[in-house]
Design a protein around this ligand. Structure first.
Ligand code: KG4
Ligand code: ZN
Length: 339
């Protein structure tokens, strides 16, 4: 059994986690609040905040778990995709640590961290499984056949699902991050105030969210002139209708894949997987198709070090090797088992 340190710094969460003998014994996440006043993540501020937080966070994780650093065998860090300055902070820190302590270093693809985050739960996905990844930067429908064999069935042709939530939230004046704000505003509201359209793509499993966002904007302009003039009682109704149709778009394509592909499990991962309506929709799909459902606990949906440690261990056990000259990469296609 191995002791693994996981380090995540790809966007606006600095996180350090420790997995010891297969058990998660620490998962500290520091969310950067600095970005809220700008209505989105400012890359330079993100890198600086990671630099400030990473060492104290590691110290705290080791202290909390009462775990001496010498006992760590494997150090895993996100190497991409993400904000490159932000990624470099965690990656360089991890490589430096691994080099000085003479430990094994593993580079982890952040999206793959999400894809396998279901394995942090007691009930694990069974291969092959259908995985919907919904984060701030990616929307992917994947057929996960093994640790190192992942087939991309669908992706977004424009905005990511989380990005759509963030943009519409900004439009409605609800702030950043948009997902939780929209969910909160839409809570217990009727969903039929506006029927927003879902875009159909050439590839039947692809997504497009920019049309939905534009429809929200057009609706506001037509009905109220501009967003500042939306009556207080209408705002939650618009948020609820948007959330409903954004979630429907995700569920519809997932349903299409389930009709066509034979899988053993169904998994929903990434920041947007925290969405209650989407989680409920997946629950219904799992019943409809009689599939095992694995949705990570909320702590493992948003960015976290636990999924990086877990994926790092998985890769190490699969025999994948990394050298210290492995560098950071900005986009998903650069280095990934997702084909
Ligand atoms: O995976 P994640 O934490 O970071 C990236 O890798 O991008 O995902 C962040 C995204 C943001 O767009 C945020 O608005 C969205 O996840 N999000 C949600 C909810 N919580 C977070 N979207 C919808 N409903 C939520 N409850
Ligand atoms: Zn993420």
């Amino acid at each position: 059994m191995m002791n693994v340190l996981g380090i995540e710094s790809s966007c606006d969460e600095t996180s350090v986690a420790i997995i010891s003998d297969g058990k998660l014994i620490s998962n500290l996440v520091s969310s950067q609040d600095i970005h809220t006043m700008f209505g989105g993540v400012v890359p330079e501020l993100s890198s600086r905040a990671h630099l400030q937080m990473i060492q104290p966070l590691l110290k705290q994780a080791l202290t909390d778990a009462n775990f001496p650093i010498e006992k760590i065998d494997l150090i895993a860090a996100t190497a991409g995709p993400g904000l490159i300055g932000a990624v470099l902070v965690g990656l360089t820190f991890a490589k430096g640590l691994a080099y000085s302590l003479k430990k094994t270093f593993v580079a982890v693809n952040h999206i793959e961290g999400h894809v396998f985050s279901g394995f942090l739960m007691d009930e694990k996905p069974e291969y092959p499984y259908l995985c919907l990844v919904v984060s701030g930067g990616h929307t992917l429908l994947l057929l996960v056949k093994s640790e190192t064999d992942i087939q991309k069935l669908g992706t977004t042709i424009d905005d990511a699902a989380g990005e759509a939530f963030d943009k519409v939230s900004k439009l409605l004046g609800l702030g950043y991050p948009g997902g939780p704000k929209i969910q909160e505003a839409a809570f217990n509201q009727p969903t039929d105030f506006v029927k927003f359209p879902i875009s159909q793509c050439k590839n039947e499993f692809d997504f497009s969210f920019s049309g939905l966002k534009t429809s929200v904007l057009r609706f506001i302009q037509k009905e109220f002139g501009d967003a500042s003039k939306i009556p207080d009682e209408k705002l939650p109704l618009i948020a609820a209708s948007f959330q409903y149709w954004a979630v429907q778009a995700l569920l519809q394509n997932t349903d299409k894949v389930l009709r066509k592909y034979k899988v053993n499990s169904l998994s929903l991962v990434g920041g947007v997987a925290a969405n209650k309506m989407l989680r409920d929709g997946f629950q219904k799909l799992s019943v409809k198709y009689n599939k095992k459902l694995v949705i990570p606990a909320l702590d493992f949906c948003g960015d976290n070090g636990a999924m990086i440690a877990s994926r790092g261990l998985q890769l190490h056990q699969a025999g994948v090797k990394y050298s210290f000259d492995f560098n950071a990469y900005p986009s998903l296609d650069d280095y990934s088992f997702i084909k």
